[in-house]
Design a protein around this ligand. Structure first.
Ligand code: CP
Length: 392
């Protein structure tokens, strides 16, 4: 029986597994500059069919630091994808050369498809606008380093929440750990419905629609629509459907850039309307002890003037990607154990309908050779197994 573990969604690891993984990452951090070669003889396939700096190089650095080796494909145009080879066939081939695959791909669900065809563990390094679960591990690890815990925090997720795949995985993870998540989106770029459904399907999580208003400085007197996901709504000052930021201390603000490369035709006019995070923004009392996180790259949503502020943690957060990914690779290759409760498996079934309506789903893009599968949430809503969008 093939008992390989993949890491496709943040849902694939239980909270307990994430906590153990971070203990392993602590150990990796100490060993980072020593050659220990535990994965000597292992080969990682690094398939990046979208641009990347941090994810690709931190995965490759992680494998090299563990004593393993890496083969890379970072230009689809120079590969047989350009001749029309399917993702499934490409994955079959590359996994026959390697022991583990890391895949970044422009289509939602591509890593799940790859995991079906690869006999070796597959890691999702970002699939379209869907998920980026290893970035979430880095984000959680950064929060744990700065705040000492992951539960009971108050975190703002800020920016393009529609196409910013890191925000999807992160909101799901934080809610699971019992952290209050306030989502402040660029207008028209709120969390996709399937992410909201997954959040509200979690035991004890409620969603509130809010108007976030601050008379002092943060929003220049303007009001913004926001969504709050919380396990303890009584803990917040809610009045007349408005959350007053004043008096509420946040632990972190997680900022994302506008994902211009993913904006659909209908969204093409959308631009950055939220104020950048700058010294004035951080001067508000609510952010006195808030760390500023960002998956990077940044464009202009964080002012360079705050790079030296002790609350700015985004460069350190990126550096933590190496020990976190060392821990993940070691675990998936069986060199580290986690004797804790595993995440429950989704109830997946085959489905008669042949296609998914999401134009960016790998099911839509790869087409004919794929058998559509579904999973059902606790409300019996049917979701595409690849991109998680709801099906009719
Ligand atoms: N955070 C992140 O995914 O960065 P890259 O696109 O540079 O890999």
């Amino acid at each position: 029986m093939n008992s390989k573990r993949d890491f496709i969604s943040i849902d694939d690891f239980s909270n307990e597994e994430i906590e153990v993984l971070f203990v392993i990452a602590d150990k990796m951090n100490l060993l980072l500059h020593r050659s220990h070669g535990v994965l000597a003889g292992h080969l990682m396939g690094s398939l990046f069919l979208e641009p990347s700096t941090r994810t690709r190089l931190s995965f490759e650095a992680a494998m090299n630091r563990l004593g393993g080796r890496v083969i890379t494909m970072s230009d689809a145009a120079a590969s047989s994808f350009s001749k029309g080879e399917s993702l499934a066939d490409s994955v079959r081939i590359v996994s026959s050369y390697t022991d583990i695959l890391v895949l970044r791909h422009p289509h939602a669900g591509a890593a799940r498809l790859a995991a079906e065809y690869a006999p070796v563990p597959v890691i999702n390094a970002g699939d379209g606008g869907h998920e980026h679960p290893t970035q979430t591990l880095c984000d959680l690890y950064a929060l744990r380093q700065t705040k000492g815990k992951l539960d009971g925090l108050r975190v703002i997720i800020y920016g393009d929440l529609k196409y910013g795949r890191t925000t999807h995985s992160l909101a799901l993870a934080l809610a699971r750990f019992g952290t209050d998540v306030l989502c402040i989106a660029e207008p028209g770029l709120n969390l996709p419905t399937y992410v909201r459904n997954r959040l509200t399907a979690m035991e004890g999580i409620s969603e509130h629609s809010l108007v976030v208003a601050d008379e002092n400085s943060v929003f220049s007197g303007e009001e913004r629509e926001a969504l709050l996901y919380t396990k303890n709504p009584q803990g917040w000052q809610l009045s007349d459907n408005a959350l007053k930021l004043a008096g509420i201390a946040f632990d972190a603000i997680y900022v994302t850039r506008l994902q211009r490369e993913r904006l659909a035709q209908d969204d093409a006019d959308l631009g950055q309307a939220l104020p950048p995070i700058d010294a004035r923004f951080l001067s508000h009392g609510s952010f006195q002890d808030a760390v500023v996180l960002h998956p990077l790259p940044r464009v202009d949503e964080i002012d360079h003037e705050i790079d030296g502020d002790p609350r700015s943690f985004y460069f350190r957060q990126a550096a933590l990607g190496v020990p976190v990914r060392m821990a993940l690779i070691s675990f998936l290759l069986g060199h580290e154990m986690m004797r804790v409760e595993r995440a429950p498996k989704r109830d997946e079934r085959e489905w008669k309908k042949a296609s998914c309506a999401n134009p960016n789903c790998v099911m839509t893009k790869e087409g004919d050779y794929l058998q559509q599968k579904i999973w059902k949430d606790p409300q019996e809503r049917v979701h595409c197994v690849f991109c998680d969008e709801m099906l009719d």
